[in-house]
Ligand binder design. Structure first.
Ligand code: SAH
Length: 372
């Protein structure tokens, strides 16, 4: 997000950076904590309304700073309560986030890049190629926006419905945008930021091995890894980064992360593709890789999209696969599909903007049309 030469976007500044900024404006560093509480806990964008800050300080902030989240260009609500927001990157580019409410939590699935360069065979984001990295402001701005939108629309329920969990499972490969993702993780976890526990923030990666080691030095959030195959030949076909970083190296990095960060386990995502990776023998092979390690498997029913050659495994195959893992001592769950009616499901976050036709949504008019 571009700022003018004199205006700094406070969204996306980790606490030490914000303290330095506040000091440059001539205020004490503890003001940064107060400011963060307004920005993140109350989703307040207006310095004027930050009433416990000195008037002069508010005026300084007004002159040199702003709180600017990405702009919403479309919003869809599913019958099951899932919501998907399309956000403007720049020009004709857009990215998406998905809000998934459950009785005991509310998860926001956020994007880290516009598009993706990794070209996984079964992912619709891959089809659009890579456009650019999101900034830290655009990454944390998704959580900020969701909370603000929910507070606005669900008035009384706002407190319960605010985002409790964040997963980096939207568009993009978060570890390929390490420089902007790590400060975003800091802000998500900061007591004065979103104050989320590290177990409620999950970074999902397709397996960038060197960056997993690097992440272990900088953060301790929950780690999810997109495995999708129990052997290198098949995984290299489905997740091409495997040619560079094969399964053996990937698993070694995962166990290192757990040891180093004192984590409980790594979640291995496994999208079940009919006749490709869903046989009992493959479940057995997967169990051999993971049994005895701090691992759990999340089986994801494939979400088809136009032009894909893959098909979703039958419910019987999914259950047989899960039972085979459980039987061999590997914890496994099946992910429930949510938001199907609004294409909010895994791997559906294409977010392509196809022309500049004006679309109307309720009373709001947007200058961009989105491919359905
Ligand atoms: N790049 C990261 C995070 C984004 S994808 C990663 O690869 O982990 C989030 C998850 O959705 C990954 O496990 C991904 O493999 C999975 N996914 C992608 N396309 C899918 C599809 N069409 N159906 C089901 N899951 C899909």
């Amino acid at each position: 997000m571009s700022e003018s030469a004199t205006t700094t976007n406070l969204l996306g500044l980790p606490r030490p950076d914000l303290e330095r900024f506040v000091a440059r404006l001539g205020s004490k560093p503890f003001r940064a904590r107060q400011l963060m509480q307004w920005v993140y806990k109350r989703a307040e964008p207006s310095f004027e309304r930050m009433t416990d800050l000195a008037k002069a300080f508010r005026a300084e902030l007004g002159a040199h700073a702003c709180v600017r989240a990405p702009e919403i260009i479309d919003e869809q609500c599913s019958a099951d309560g899932t919501r998907k927001w399309l956000l403007r990157a720049d020009g004709s580019q857009a990215f998406e986030m998905v809000y998934i409410p459950e009785p005991d939590r509310a998860t926001l699935c956020i994007s880290s890049q516009v598009g993706c360069a990794l070209d996984c065979a079964f992912c619709s984001t891959a089809q659009q190629g890579f456009n650019r990295n999101l900034t830290t402001a655009e990454i944390v701005g998704q959580v900020w926006l969701a909370n603000r939108e929910l507070a606005g629309t669900l008035a009384d329920l706002a407190r319960e419905r605010a985002v409790t969990n964040v997963v980096f499972m939207g568009m993009g490969e978060p570890l390929a945008n390490f420089r902007n993702v790590v400060p975003a993780l800091d802000i998500l976890l900061d007591d004065f930021g979103f104050d989320l526990s590290r177990r409620r923030v999950t970074l999902s990666t397709s397996g960038l091995v060197p960056q997993i080691y690097k992440l272990a030095e900088y953060s301790n959030v929950a780690l999810a890894v997109s495995l999708h195959a129990p052997d290198d030949a098949l995984r290299s076909e489905l997740v091409p980064i495997n040619r560079k970083h094969p399964i053996g190296e990937l698993l070694a990095a995962c166990w290192h992360y757990i040891d180093e960060r004192n984590g409980r386990s790594v979640t291995f995502e496994y999208v079940l593709l009919q006749g490709v990776n869903d046989s009992r023998a493959q479940a057995h092979a997967l169990a051999r890789l993971l049994a005895g390690h701090p691992a759990k498997v999340n089986l994801i029913p494939f979400n088809p999209f136009p032009g894909t050659r893959f098909r979703r495994s039958s419910p019987e195959a999914v259950h047989a696969f899960r039972d085979e893992l459980l039987h061999r001592g590997v914890l496994a769950t099946v992910r429930r599909t949510r938001g199907d009616d609004i294409d909010a499901a895994c791997g559906q976050l294409a977010g392509r903007v196809i022309d500049r036709t004006v679309v109307r949504l309720g009373s709001r008019t947007f200058g961009l049309a989105v491919q359905a």
